[in-house]
Design a protein around this ligand. Structure first.
Ligand code: MG
Length: 257
């Protein structure tokens, strides 16, 4: 198991491997051959960035039974196939960055999710081989503006407004994605909690299904869906998403003034 961070230190962006709250800079990126250097920083001395700024951000709707019919913006029936949608890559932000609630957005919710990080290019990936194409996993918040999600033809702003795709803090490799635990908190209070074994469509099924029509590339990410009832967020709130062996992604919420 390796934990990768992307960070800013002394004005330079780098990738590193995190062990015992120390980050060891690596020579390239997690998506290439790399060597771990002896150039280190205490974790709390660097500014963590999103562990990846992806070309493609996909997300799966309706992927926990506990979530079906809970948003007022989605049908209640359990889907018979994965239901991916696009989020904007421009919406990605890192740990501790602010989620900006757009003017006139109305009700906005924070969906805590396990996020797949693709490790290498593939198309028509068989389900049995799918995990070979996954580098690791991170935490994500699928920020969702419900009025727009329900009323617009497309989810371009409901799911793709600036800052609506927080990711981080780390990419952790070699996890069993069916044996993780997801928790979402707002201002310290637990709002969502589920084992990832509850996913209706598991990680190999999702990767295989998407790759039938979309070439997945190193660094692309797939949000896997959210359980239960996602919390409403408002300016002044702090949202945390925690996943086993990955860590806590924390973002504060502000209004677009
Ligand atoms: Mg979602």
């Amino acid at each position: 198991m390796v934990k990768f961070a992307q960070y800013l230190a002394h004005g330079e962006v780098a990738y590193g491997v995190v062990e015992n709250n120390v980050v060891y800079q690596i020579t390239t990126t997690p998506f290439e051959e790399y060597e771990v250097t002896d150039h280190t920083h205490p974790l709390d001395h660097v500014e963590l960035l999103s562990p990846i700024y992806p070309n493609k951000v996909l997300a799966i709707a309706l992927n926990y039974v506990s979530h079906l019919g809970k948003t007022g913006a989605a049908p209640r029936a359990q889907p018979e196939k994965p239901e991916p949608f696009w989020k904007s890559s421009g919406a990605v932000i890192g740990p501790d960055e602010e989620i900006i609630i757009p003017r006139d957005a109305g009700r906005v919710e924070a969906e805590g999710e396990l996020v797949i990080v693709i490790g290498r290019e593939g198309k028509h990936i068989p389900k049995a081989d799918a995990l070979d194409y996954v580098l690791g996993y991170t935490c994500g918040i699928d920020v969702s503006a419900r009025v727009w999600q329900k009323g617009d033809v497309q989810w371009w702003r409901a799911k793709g407004s600036d800052t609506f795709a927080p990711l981080g803090p780390f990419i952790t490799t070699d996890l069993d994605p069916s044996k993780l635990h997801l928790i979402t908190r707002v201002n310290g209070e637990v709002k969502q909690e589920a084992p990832t074994s509850d996913l209706i469509f598991d990680v190999p099924t999702i990767v295989s299904f998407i790759s039938e029509v979309v070439t997945l590339e190193a660094g692309d990410v797939i949000y896997t869906g959210t359980p239960g009832i996602p919390p409403v967020i408002e300016p002044g709130d702090t949202v945390e998403v925690e996943v086993t062996e990955i860590g806590v992604l924390r973002n504060s919420v502000v209004s677009d003034e």
